[in-house]
Every structure is written in structure tokens, then in C-alpha cells.
Design a binder for this molecule. Structure first.
Ligand code: ADP
Length: 228
């Protein structure tokens, strides 16, 4: 069986936006991500990193090209199938945590599991294990507002991994944190990725963090190119 978990083939995307007219963000981007591989995505702001991650995570559709996740082609599929693939196999992390403010850290990790049909007991156990792995089990009963920025992101990682996805997509996951916290939080994220044999595509402006991943890709002129 192939160990490729995410394939992007010939992705193109153009936005039609006021002046100066169209913005051709992707012009045939290709990527193969293997199980257990962490890949950094670097590029200046506006180059199209978020667009690429949203298309890879089935939150947006390309104009042309194909996305395959864990062996399942998503191109041309209806919303229900795309949502099912995303829920089962993709975890997403953003620059800002996007946790639900009225729920505790634990509940934020339990809820997506309940939505996937997991029992409450099993969901709570998995949530506690994840919180423990990223060093915030002691904060399980706190709401996001009572957590530090670094703790909020650690909980957001746990939520992204709640349903044991094959692919983790992260859009500047440490971009809001001071350098020392960013370093610690990134270390926690990489431990999760490594221990679970996940594939990760992580957009970052931080070249030091990028260098700690297996490969670095630059999004340039709408194409993905390896960085030496
Ligand atoms: P990055 O994540 O690298 O900063 P984005 O993917 O957010 O880049 O944006 C790439 C380009 O596409 C930018 O020029 C942005 O203004 C434009 N863009 C992104 N989303 C839209 C949209 N929904 N409508 C019009 N233009 C967009």
C-alpha cells in the first residue's frame, strides 16, 4: 500500500477581485506528502499559503487540479463526501486557536469526536490523553480565555488530532506567539506528529522552525518548489 497520504496535482486558483483584476494565486502546484513526514511551507504574505492549505483540507476547491487524501480522490465529489473525508482524515490548525469560548479545553476536544460518533467516555479519555501529551492536562477544565496563548494553541493541536486524522494542515500555528513560546509549542506539535506517524504541512514565516522539518517547500509564482 502506498504511504502517500496527501497528493495535490496541478492545482490552479484565480481570484477575480476588483483592481487590478484577477489574482492568479496557484498555477499548477504539485505535492506528495508521505506518512510520518513534516513539510514546511514558506512564502511571503499574500503568496497563497492559506489558499493552498484550504484547498488541501477540502475547505475550498481549486479551479483545476486534484486533491487526494488517504487514497481517496476528493475532486468532483459532493459536499457530503468532501466533509466526510475532511472529518475523518484532516486536522486543521490556524494562527489563532478558534476554540469555542463557552466550552472547556477538554470539551473542545471531546465535541468533534462526538460529531464523529465516538462515545462520550472514549472521547473524554482520548481528550485527556492528548492534553497530557502536550503538557496541559492540568488545564482541562478551563475555558480558553483562562489559558495562555501557548496553552490555547496546544489545546487547538489536540482538537485537530481528536479524530486521529492522517494529515495535519497548519497555517502559521505559532505566528501569534513570542519566540520562546513559539519554540516550545512547535516542539509539542512535532512530538504529536512524530509519535502518531502523521503527515504534516505547516506554513510558517519562521525559518528556524522550518529547518526542523523534513523538507521545506517555497510557494513561488503559484508553484511549490523545494528549498535546499
Ligand atoms: P498567504 O496565506 O500566503 O498570505 P492567501 O492565500 O491568503 O496568501 O492569499 C493569496 C492572494 O489571494 C492574496 O493576494 C489575496 O489577497 C488573494 N485572495 C485570497 N482569498 C481571496 C478571496 N476570497 N477573494 C479574492 N482574493 C483573495
Amino acid at each position: 500500500m502506498s504511504d502517500v497520504t496527501l497528493t495535490l496535482s496541478g492545482l490552479t486558483k484565480t481570484y477575480l477581485s476588483g483592481t487590478p483584476g484577477e489574482v492568479q494565486v496557484l498555477r499548477g502546484a504539485d505535492l506528495e506528502l508521505r506518512a510520518g513526514e513534516a513539510v514546511a511551507l514558506v512564502a511571503p504574505s499574500g503568496a497563497g499559503k492559506s489558499t493552498l492549505l484550504h484547498i488541501a483540507g477540502l475547505l475550498d476547491t481549486p479551479d483545476m487540479g486534484e486533491v487526494e487524501i488517504a487514497g481517496q480522490a476528493a475532486t468532483g465529489k459532493g459536499d457530503r463526501t468532501r466533509t466526510a473525508i475532511r472529518r475523518r482524515d484532516v486536522g486543521f490548525v490556524y494562527q489563532f486557536h478558534h476554540l469555542l469560548p463557552e466550552f472547556t479545553a477538554l470539551e473542545n476536544i471531546v465535541l468533534p469526536q462526538l460529531a464523529n460518533g465516538i462515545s462520550d467516555k472514549a472521547a473524554q479519555e482520548r481528550a485527556m490523553q492528548l492534553l497530557d501529551r502536550v503538557g496541559v492536562a492540568g488545564r482541562a477544565g478551563h475555558r480558553p480565555a483562562a489559558l495562555s496563548g501557548g496553552e490555547q494553541q496546544r489545546v487547538a493541536f489536540c482538537r485537530a488530532l481528536a479524530n486521529q486524522p492522517r494529515v495535519l494542515l497548519a497555517d502559521e500555528p505559532t505566528g501569534n506567539l513570542d519566540p520562546e513560546t513559539a519554540d516550545q509549542v512547535f516542539t509539542a506539535l512535532m512530538a504529536l506528529v512524530r509519535d502518531d506517524g502523521l503527515s504534516a504541512l505547516i506554513a510558517t514565516h519562521n525559518l528556524e522552525l522550518a529547518a526542523r522539518m523534513d523538507r521545506v517547500l517555497r510557494l513561488e509564482g503559484g508553484l511549490l518548489k523545494p528549498v535546499e
